[in-house]
Every structure is written in C-alpha cells, then in structure tokens.
Design a protein around this ligand. Structure first.
Ligand code: PEP
Ligand code: MG
Length: 578
C-alpha cells in the first residue's frame, strides 16, 4: 500500500483499477537523406500503409451504415485516400527528392491543407483538418506509431496521468470513471471544473504517480483528504466502502433541497444556478433543481460536438456551424423551461484549444496564450464566427429566457464591437424574416482586474455582470490556474481579489444591474458565504453543488453572512498584512 499526497480537485471518493495514460509523444518524422537503393522500399511502405488505412476506413464506413453524418465523414476520408491528383503529387515530389517518403507525405499534406484553408471557400477550408487527420493515419501506420486514444480507457477505471485536456475529460464524462489522479492541474483548471461537474473524484498535484502506479492496480482516489492510495489492503478498502456509503446517504438527505428555493434562515432569497458545458449537463442541472443556467461555456460544446462527429480527439470545424449551435442553444432553453439561461460566446484559447479550419488563420504559436488571443479577442478577430454565434443565439432566443455573455472583457471598445456584430446578426435575421427576441440582455464576465476597476463604465453599456473568479484570481495574482508549482499562491481569499469582487458588486448595485458569480468560488462553502455577505444574490455552480449550496445558505441569517464577509474584507487579511 502506497499513499500519494496531492490536492483535492473534487471532494468525493472513488475506487477502481488504475489505467495509466502514457505521456503523449509526438509523431516523429524522419529527416535523414536516403539513397537511390532505398527508394523502392519507401514506396512499398507507402503503398502498404495506404492500403491498410483504406481497408480500416472501409470497415468504419460499413460500421456506421445508416448514420448519415458519420457516413459522410468516412466517405470523404475514403475519397481523399484515393485522390489520384494528391497521391500523384506525393509520388512525383518523392521521385525528385532525397528525403524519406514520410517526410514528403507530411510536407505535401501540410501544403494541401494550407491551400484549402486559404481557398476562401468555407467548405474547402473545413476539409483541411480532414486531410491532416487521414494522411496522419497513413503516416502513423508507416511509422508504426500508435498514439494513445482516450476512448480506449475502460469503464470503472481510475485514470492516472500527467495531465489531461478538457476535451478528453468531456469524452470521459460519457464513461463511468472512478477517479482522476493527475500529476499536474490546478483546482480551478478546466479539467478540475469538469471533474466537479461530472462528479468524478479527483486529486491533482500528485508526485510520480504515473511512474509508480501500474495499470490494473486497485487504487482509491480520496478527493476529500486529497490523497491517492495505491494497492490498498482489505481493511482500507472496507473502511472506504463505508465512507462512500455514508456520503451517498448524506447526498440523499440533501436531495430535499432540490425543489426548494434557496433562502437564508431569515428569508433572504438567492438564485442557485448551474454552470454547464454541454446539453446533457443542462438536463442534469434541471434535475438538481437549478434556478437557471448561470454560465453555458459554449467552447466545450464545440469541442464535444466535434469529438462526437469524427470520433477522434480533434476538434472539428463543423462544431461551429450555425445549425448545430442553434439546435444546442434551443435545447438548453427548452430544458430550462423559461428559467434564465446565460450563454457565453466562445471562450477558446488558454487551455481550451480548438483546432479548426476557421480559427487556424489566427492560431499563431503563442508564447503566453493566457495573455494572448483568447476569448472575446479571438472572437473579434473572427467576426464571422462571432456573427454566426449571435445568429444561432438570437434564433434560439424565442425558445426561452436567454441572456448572452461576453468573456474576458477588458475594454469598452470590445463591448461596443461585439454589440455591433450582434446588431449585424439581428439585421440579417430581420431581413430573412426570422423571428427572434429583440432585447436579449447582453452582459459581460468581470474576470480581469481591468473590468472590475471600470465596472461603472461597463454598467452603462451592458445589461448584467457575472464575476468569473477563476480568471479574476489568476490574472490579479499573476498565478496560472493550471500550474501546480504556483498552486499555493492561487488564493481566492486574497484581499485584492475580494476587493475587486466587492467593488464590482457595489457598482452593479449602484447602476441597478444584476450581478452574479459563476467562478468556482460560488460553489465552495467558505467562499459562497463571503460572496453572499457581499451582496451577491445569484451563485452559479456545478450541478452537483446546487443542493449543497442551498442547504448551506439555509443555515445562516443575512447579518451573519455580512459579518463573515466583513471579516474577510476588512479585519482578517488587513491584520495579517500589518
Ligand atoms: C471564470 O474565469 O471564473 C469563469 C467562470 O470562466 P472559465 O472558468 O470558463 O474561464
Ligand atoms: Mg474565465
């Protein structure tokens, strides 16, 4: 039995068999020059691998017969693999080069993909990712390289890995995963957020787990104590089974709060809403008694849609199509039956990388992506993409109580630019005779110090604020929320963060616009109380936290909450500083 100490990212317990995910290696393309005698062998290897992939795609095509969308994708792949023009170009280029065939194929594939991306034709641009995917498979076959596929993780496994990306976590949400044990990852990272949303026990910042835990070992992920136990003895397993059962009973006891309004002991009303990233999560939120959706992270929807489409970890451009977005937004609004639904425009970038033909032109290698072209900045650089999202949102607006939110706002100009793109979308719909709600409220995320400092200005041009404490903490304290090395400095209770929140709440109150908190602080017991005492009346949390937060609020009176806030804002930290 071996105990690893880490940081809790979701306070629940899971037991299962370990599945150690190998560190992602990159496909290595050989670069050494070849002699004329070797040419024949290279061509043979190319032909064999091409045939192998054609056979595999043929089998996949047969397996999805009847599914129009999937069939079309595999048919496109099939046609690409048999494209005489492209294959002829590869052979011709190889004949006049002294580089290995893998090198030539890789180069030609990239050239071809670039031509498609720059074609100016939306359909062709979308095919760029396809061509990279499919000839990537031929390359992998030639190089005998087998990249790890997240889909191969068995049900009931405890995942042991260095790190995970959000799109893989979304794929795992469809499986019964017993736990996550990661070397990297901050508690407020998107993987952490997703683990909490899906109720997956999770411990991060664990040292050497991928080296020391072996696939198949029994492992306990204790997200309450923040530790992982490898090869526990019988008594330990039994004691944890008892703990799991007790937790189940505690949750059952909380279930009575599902259908009760959130009120304090002295009758002050709150809204406890849900943060979601997929349509399925909206169903979960409704079941858990959410008063609405306080944050729909649409970038996860794009990732998820894409993964379902092509069954690979790549994020596909078709996820951006207006129809797909419209269907998803409409569905969420319908599920919430008239309760407010705040849908946030694309917040891609940072750790939420979306590889797509549409975004490719802007996906320069950034040295510091968290400070780079992410969120609203990326959307404003891609105005057509943002307009498409607005069109889908406005079209869906007639199906419920929609509010639109803009992420990572730092300047008034950004809001003005986004609003004018929204107007363009509305004008188009009007001229097409499409019905939509004219005055859908448009608000902003206050998640940078810049936004909090000039909240009074934003209050004049936006309809509501939602405070994103995850990024607000990260940017105010200059602490990467993903980085384990600085995790102890990621302190949401830092006086600077609390003052920025308090300022934002006051400015919203003065201007008479609603303010909510949708960062992780809203869903944690200690910080939720502080926020409530500051005057926040809408907390948006992961669905699994809704009943817990309602139960928590019911134990306090407003003066008690205000006292907790005042202590944190004034006395506690100030004394420490002195
Ligand atoms: C936040 O930053 O607090 C937030 C809610 O947005 P995200 O976690 O998606 O960055
Ligand atoms: Mg954010």
């Amino acid at each position: 039995m071996n105990i690893f100490l880490g940081t809790s990212a979701n306070a629940c317990i899971g037991i299962g068999k370990a599945f150690v995910i190998p560190n992602a290696e990159k496909r290595i393309i050989p670069q050494q020059h070849i002699t004329d005698d070797e040419r024949e062998k290279h061509l043979q290897r190319f032909d064999n691998s091409l045939a192998n992939v054609i056979t595999a795609i043929g089998a996949q095509l047969a397996a999805v017969k009847g599914d129009k969308v999937q069939s079309e994708i595999f048919e496109t792949y099939y046609l690409m693999l048999n494209d005489p023009e492209f294959l002829g170009e590869v052979r011709k280029s190889f004949a006049s080069s002294d580089m290995p065939i893998e090198y030539v194929l890789n180069q030609k594939t990239e050239e071809y993909a670039d031509r498609l991306r720059c074609s100016g034709n939306e359909y062709l641009a979308e095919r760029a990712q396809d061509i990279c995917d499919i000839f990537g498979r031929v390359l992998d076959d030639m190089l005998d390289y087998h990249p790890f596929k997240i889909e191969s993780v068995p049900d009931g496994a405890v995942i042991v890995a260095k790190t995970m990306n959000p799109s893989d976590t979304i794929i795992l949400s469809k499986r019964k995963i017993a736990g996550l044990a990661l070397i990297e990852g901050g508690v407020s990272s998107h993987v952490g957020i997703l683990a909490r949303s899906y109720g997956i026990p999770a411990v991060f910042a664990l040292d050497k787990v991928t080296e020391e835990i072996k696939t198949g070992n029994t492992v306990i992920v204790d997200g309450i104590a923040g530790e992982v136990i490898d090869c526990p003895d019988e008594d330990t397993i039994k004691s944890y089974e008892v703990k799991i059962e007790k937790e189940k009973q505690r949750l059952e006891a909380l279930s009575k709060f599902r259908n009760l309004p959130a009120v304090t002991k002295d009758g002050v009303k709150f809204s406890v809403m849900a943060n979601i990233g997929t349509v399925e999560e909206a169903e979960m939120a409704a079941q858990e008694g959410a008063d609405g959706i306080g944050l729909f992270r649409t970038e996860f929807l794009f990732m998820n849609e894409a993964n379902q489409d092509i069954g690979s970890a790549h994020v596909h451009a078709s996820g951006f199509s207006e129809e797909k977005q419209f269907a998803a937004y409409k569905r969420v609004l319908e599920i919430m039956k008239g309760k407010p639904v705040v849908i946030r425009t694309l917040d891609a970038g940072g750790d939420k990388i979306i590889k797509s033909a549409e975004l490719q032109a802007f996906s320069i290698e950034e040295k510091n992506p968290l400070m780079g072209l992410r969120a609203i900045r990326l959307s404003l650089e891609n105005p057509n993409l943002l307009k498409t999202q607005f069109r889908a949102l406005y079209r869906a607006s007639v199906y419920g109580n929609l509010k639109i939110m803009l992420p990572l706002i730092t300047s008034v100009e950004q809001v003005r630019d986004a609003l004018s793109i929204a107007e363009m979308a509305k004008n188009e719909l009007r001229s097409e005779g499409v019905k939509f709600v004219e005055d859908v409220p448009i608000g902003i995320m206050v998640e940078t110090a810049a936004a909090a400092m000039i909240a009074d200005c934003f209050a004049k041009i936006t309809d509501f604020f939602s405070i994103g404490t995850n990024d607000l903490t990260q940017y105010t304290l200059c602490v990467d929320r993903e980085n384990t090395a600085v995790a102890p400095m990621y302190n949401e209770f830092h006086l600077a963060v609390l003052r920025l929140i308090s300022m934002t709440v006051k400015e919203a109150e003065t201007a008479g616009i609603p303010v909510s908190v949708c960062g992780e602080m809203a869903g944690k017991n200690d910080s939720a109380l502080v926020l409530a005492g500051m005057g926040v009346r809408t907390l948006s949390v992961s669905s699994k936290r809704i009943t817990k937060i309602k139960a928590l609020l019911s134990q306090f009176t407003l003066p008690e909450l205000q006292a907790i806030s005042a202590k944190n804002l004034n006395v506690g930290m100030t004394l420490e500083i002195i």
